[in-house]
Design a binder for this molecule. Structure first.
Ligand code: ADP
Ligand code: ZN
Ligand code: ZN
Length: 728
């Protein structure tokens, strides 16, 4: 008997596709199938069986093969992703595929790899006769000491790279047997837990007693207060009950320390999911999560979409971090999906931060989250002291005030370590002609080229294009060129001239591009060998540098005048996160912030009264202006090589939205994007705003029903961004 099935296929179209299936094998929701699509064969996900179809029977094509006989994407994740597809207005086929590791997207079988294990079956103690073959004897001793437990190849490689021949001999002598079993990672902890402070204990108690409920928590803990310790204890409690824990972190590759802290403290199957893994590792770890073997999954953004049948606890570390928002394709926010997923599977969720997002603070204010405060630093550490350093009319040496240089010197003399933060890489952001005033611009963007002095090149930080450093002005030919402004490269150079005997580690995207370079630089920073660190926001992320006592912030003022409604919030978070790297152990920390706006009330509030006071004032301003989290936004972006097309298309969208007359929806624009030309294409945008989530969502739903048919839709690349994190 032939059956009708509905299949989601990864295409940019908002529609689903019907096929028939006449085989005997069952065809289940969430399984992958191979289907013909146009002239290609593609992989789609089964949504379910249909009673009838609009497709004429002679046009209906057949499913070619069923890849999974059980759902690869289980029901709870299918539901979550279907909801996300409607909420973010992104086609379901692409949404479903984005939940899968690439190997599985390409149709590989969903099987965890097997590997060999070796068990000692010979006499104990190990026969003396083996001593003549050294490696054999060492391996025999090792295995015999496991008391019947097996060992995998990686343990034996550590004994000798020539383990293969030795183990073969032992097997031949019938002292060892080789078994094949699923390759499930098994971690053994090796560090003991500290005694919890009262606030930490209170937080852990509440979280643990909420296991099996859908309680939502905001762990609002100052930097260095031991939030990670709270996560670790809560995870242990969940594991003891047989529950899986999911820990979302911003960018694991930037904080390799974090993963090793979890490995030191947690036992069992601990897996990570992030872009630093190769395709095989990623698929294996994903399968360990999906088949319930992993008790802890630590991952970046997309791991919120990984199936976990026994999920019992979700943690979102540094929940304010912008990297939880996917910025292209399926533009979801992992924190928001995490909240929804926790509710759907009735498990508690803990959002942790020293500088919570205004969304989360608002959720505490309206009673949706329980706040767990950690107001003290852990152990002997005390909070750093923050001070503004007025640099108006003061002499700057390469962007550094003389007082900053003195402070660095003082801290170095006292065996401290200094971190200089400037959120700009390269040598100087602008190359300016002294004669005609022209700047070297990117030819594909509305942006200046950044000077990279060491490689003697100009680079655009927006589209990546680059060219050789010109010897004369590109407009008038004058050789009077000025490198204006400062980046990490220039600051690091200036500091190495001021402190010629001191090792300086520069940490930014340029200096850490090579594989292993970031780890190397971070090791120098952690050990204290590098006594001055210069870097961008990569240095603000959760690092723990034991010897760091001074933090100098050079470009705080930029955030005060940002064009985006979140600029101020982000500035406050960034300053306090960088500041939070100082004085995390015995020696107290000092933070000096260079500014030309020492009287700015927001800066004053942040420095003198702390983040909660700062957030409360800034949130008051958002409320007055009816900006998120007090209203809801979506941004429709369009771009094309022809500068008129995006505008035309967005005008069509405005007309379409008018027809629906849904009331309380503000439609602002179209306007050119803040950077109109990017990578050789022209961009425009339309902002939709409403006080009612349902109004915004309904309007977008109706728009999406017809948007593929608008005449401009084919002449532009366009996207819908619900709850945008920036309006750029
Ligand atoms: P946060 O994530 O809040 O910035 P961490 O979890 O990194 O803070 O903790 C900061 C430091 O304090 C770490 O070195 C950690 O091992 C230590 N620590 C955490 N809790 C305690 C405690 N109860 N007693 C002693 N040291 C602690
Ligand atoms: Zn010129
Ligand atoms: Zn460019």
């Amino acid at each position: 008997m032939s059956r009708l099935v509905q299949v989601a296929i990864p295409t940019p179209l908002y529609r689903l596709f019907d096929y028939n299936w006449s085989g005997d094998a069952p065809i289940v929701r969430g399984a992958r199938v191979g289907v013909p699509f146009g002239r290609r064969q593609v992989i789609g996900i089964v949504l379910g069986e249909l009673e009838s179809t609009q497709v004429p029977l002679n046009k209906l094509r057949a499913v070619q093969r069923i890849i999974d006989d059980v759902p690869l994407i289980p029901a709870d994740i299918m539901d979550l992703l279907s909801w996300a597809s409607r909420y973010y207005h992104h086609p379901l086929g692409e949404v479903l595929m984005s939940a899968l590791p690439s190997r599985l997207r390409k149709g590989q079988a969903a099987d965890i790899a097997e590997r060999e294990f070796f068990v000692w079956t010979g006499p104990v103690p190990v026969p003396e006769s083996l001593q003549s073959a050294r490696v054999q004897y060492q391996i025999a001793e090792y295995l015999a000491n496991l008391g019947g437990k097996s060992a995998a190849a990686d343990a034996l490689v550590r004994i000798s790279p020539r383990w293969r021949t030795s183990i073969a001999s032992l097997i031949k002598k019938q002292m060892v047997v080789c078994e094949r079993a699923l390759h499930i990672p098994d971690n053994t902890s090796n560090a003991s837990a500290p005694v919890l402070a009262d606030e930490q204990k209170h937080a852990v108690d509440l979280i643990v007693s909420a296991l099996n409920s859908d309680q939502r928590f905001l762990l609002n803990g100052v930097t260095g207060s031991g939030k990670t310790e709270v996560y670790l204890r809560s995870i242990e409690a969940a594991s003891a009950k047989g529950l899986q824990s999911l820990v979302l972190v911003p960018e694991i590759s930037l904080t390799p320390q974090l993963m090793s802290r979890f490995e030191q403290r947690l036992d069992g199957c601990l897996v990570s999911l992030h872009s630093g893994l190769n395709d095989t590792e990623r698929m294996q770890n994903w399968l360990c999560a999906a088949q319930g073997y992993a008790n802890v999954v630590i991952g970046t953004r997309s791991s919120i979409l990984a199936p976990m049948p026994h999920l019992g606890l979700i943690i979102v570390d540094e929940e304010h971090d912008g990297s939880f928002k996917q910025q292209d394709g399926f533009r979801y926010h992992a924190r928001d999906l995490a909240l929804l997923r926790a509710r759907a599977c009735k498990c508690p969720i803990v959002l942790g931060s020293a500088t919570p997002s205004f969304e989360s603070l608002n959720n505490v204010a309206n009673g949706k989250f329980i706040e767990l405060p950690l107001t003290q630093r852990a152990g002997e550490a005390v909070p750093p002291t923050l001070a503004l350093m007025d640099i108006r009319r003061r002499k700057l040496i390469e962007g550094l005030s003389d007082r900053m240089i003195e402070a660095i010197k003082k801290h170095l003399d006292n065996a401290g370590q200094a971190l200089i933060f400037i959120n700009r890489r390269g040598f100087a952001p602008t190359l300016l002609c002294n004669d005609c005033g022209a700047a070297a611009d990117c030819r594909r963007c509305d942006a200046h080229m950044t000077v990279h002095a060491r490689h003697n090149r100009l680079r655009c930080h927006h589209c990546g294009s680059e060219r050789a450093m010109p010897t004369g002005c590109e407009s008038c030919g004058s050789v009077e060129l000025d490198r204006v402004g400062y980046g990490t490269e220039r600051i690091a150079q200036a500091l190495s001239e001021a402190f010629p005997d001191i090792l300086i580690a520069r940490i930014d995207r340029d200096s850490t591009r090579r594989k292993g370079a970031l780890e190397q630089q971070l090791d120098l920073a952690t050990s204290g060998e590098a006594r001055i660190l210069v870097g961008t926001q990569m240095l603000a992320k959760g690092h723990h540098f034991p010897k760091l006592t001074l933090v100098g912030i050079l470009d705080a003022d930029r955030g005060l005048f940002g064009t985006d409604f979140r600029s101020l919030e982000n500035m406050g978070q960034l300053i306090l996160q960088v500041a939070g790297r100082a004085g995390r152990e015995k020696n107290s920390g000092t933070v000096m912030i260079q500014t030309r706006n020492p009287d700015n009330p927001m800066l004053q509030t942040l420095i003198n009264d702390g983040y909660p006071a700062f957030a409360s004032v800034a949130m008051g301003e958002r409320k007055l202006a009816q900006l998120p989290p007090y209203s809801f936004m979506a941004l429709i972006r369009a771009e094309a090589a022809d500068g008129r097309e995006p505008h035309r298309f967005l005008l069509e969208v405005v007309e379409t939205l008018k027809n629906y007359n849904v009331g309380q929806l503000d439609v602002l624009g179209p306007v050119p994007a803040p950077m109109e030309k990017l990578g050789g294409r022209f961009r425009a945008q339309l902002l939709l705003q409403s006080n009612l989530r349902s109004t915004l969502n309904d309007s977008l739903t109706r728009l999406c029903n017809v948007i593929d048919g608008l005449s401009g839709a084919r002449r532009c690349r366009w996207s819908i961004d619900v709850d945008p994190v920036d309006l750029f």
